[in-house]
Design a protein around this ligand. Structure first.
Ligand code: DNO
Length: 345
């Protein structure tokens, strides 16, 4: 296991030298943020980022994310060129020592929350999701908290329209087509692909979501059996789906889990939840049980704490402040140390 920390590049208010001071921290998870989706990440840009990490005593072995162009998800005519570019980015990253790429295959939107500052009785704030609020929103006029609003309204409308005929099956086929296209580069350069689950794990605004549960994993590994085709096991995303047995999944898929986002949520309704401190006692996800299952299953990937609360007066990027994620990292490292020592007895 290697403990890592997400860092949003030079515009991140958290300096690398602070990240390095977190006990047990080996490296950061980051990305080249100024290259348009669909174009190749150039070796110079990757090297610049890596040098910053190295100068600060941190590794850069995980990228989150190399975004997948919507035309690949849609299966649009231009996809082969885009897949070729993605494969070249994989090669360039592999050349620079990157071992794992986190990505997602959610149409149009990434993760969705309805509130970024839900206050807990202790005065801390965190992200939360209320399904009735989301379903009341107009997808043509969306202003979601935390969402980068990079589409103009007419672009968004056109994109939503383009997905009208994309069923779950079609989207899955497009994912498989994409993975098959980049697998040779991944195998040759020793890069593991780690798909992030859909967050939350159900359809949004009529858009299909396909990485939501154990069954999705079975289908994915059957279609593309190379071990380089793996997952980012995000406990908060998968955990929002009440039917998911995360402890069983962690053990069963441990060797396909190249990256683990270990975070906590507390349920507040059938489809509603609020994020909370990382400890098992702070929510409804059995973080201890998941760590133990990962170790028992032979997990040998990267871990990062995820979505911290804002505490101690910090007003950080929602989910990505320093303090609570640092607490999470220390807690998770402690759990791994204890479980690994126990299991090796
Ligand atoms: C949210 C993150 C996601 C994740 C992407 C991976 O906090 O976990 O935005 O980075 O879905 O592609």
């Amino acid at each position: 296991m290697k403990m890592t920390f997400r860092w949003y590049g030079e515009s991140d208010p958290i300096p690398l030298r602070y990240i390095r001071q977190i006990p047990g921290m080996t490296g950061v998870v980051t990305a080249v943020y100024d290259t348009p989706v669909g174009t190749v990440w150039q070796p110079e840009a990757i090297k610049r980022l890596k040098d910053l990490c190295t100068e600060n005593g941190l590794e850069m072995e995980v990228i989150e994310s190399v975004p997948v162009h919507e035309d690949i998800k849609l299966g649009a005519p231009g996809r082969d060129e885009l897949i070729k570019n993605y494969a070249q980015t994989v090669r360039n990253l592999g050349e620079a020592g990157v071992k794992c790429i986190c990505y997602n295959f959610m149409p149009v939107f990434d993760w969705l929350r309805t509130d970024l500052k839900t206050e807990a009785p202790d005065g801390s704030t965190s992200l939360s999701y209320r399904h009735d609020r989301l379903s009341a929103m107009d997808p043509d006029d969306l202003h979601l908290p935390g969402w980068d609003e990079s589409y103009k309204p007419e672009q968004l409308r056109a994109l939503l329209g383009a997905y009208r005929n994309v069923t779950h099956e079609k989207l899955f086929d497009n994912l498989v087509y994409f993975l098959r296209g980049i697998m040779p580069a991944c195998v040759e350069y020793g890069v593991n692909m780690a798909i992030h689950p859909d967050d939350p794990p159900w359809d949004m605004f009529g858009l299909p979501r396909i990485i939501t549960c154990a069954e999705s994993y079975e289908k994915l590994f059957a279609a593309v059996p190379e071990i380089n085709n793996g997952v980012t096991f995000c406990t908060g995303s998968l955990g929002a789906g009440r039917g998911n047995d995360l402890v069983a999944m962690a053990e069963k898929y441990a060797k396909r889990i190249h990256f683990a986002h270990l975070r906590q949520i507390r349920y507040s309704g059938e489809l509603d939840f609020t994020e909370s401190g990382h400890m098992t006692a702070c929510g409804d996800i059995d973080i201890y049980g998941i760590v133990r299952a990962l170790v028992l299953g032979g997990f040998d990937g990267y871990v990062r704490p995820d979505h911290g609360r804002n505490i101690w007066g910090e007003d950080g990027k929602p989910g990505y402040g320093l303090y609570d994620r640092a607490l999470g990292a220390a807690y998770l490292s402690g759990l791994f140390e204890a479980v690994e020592k126990e299991e090796k007895k």
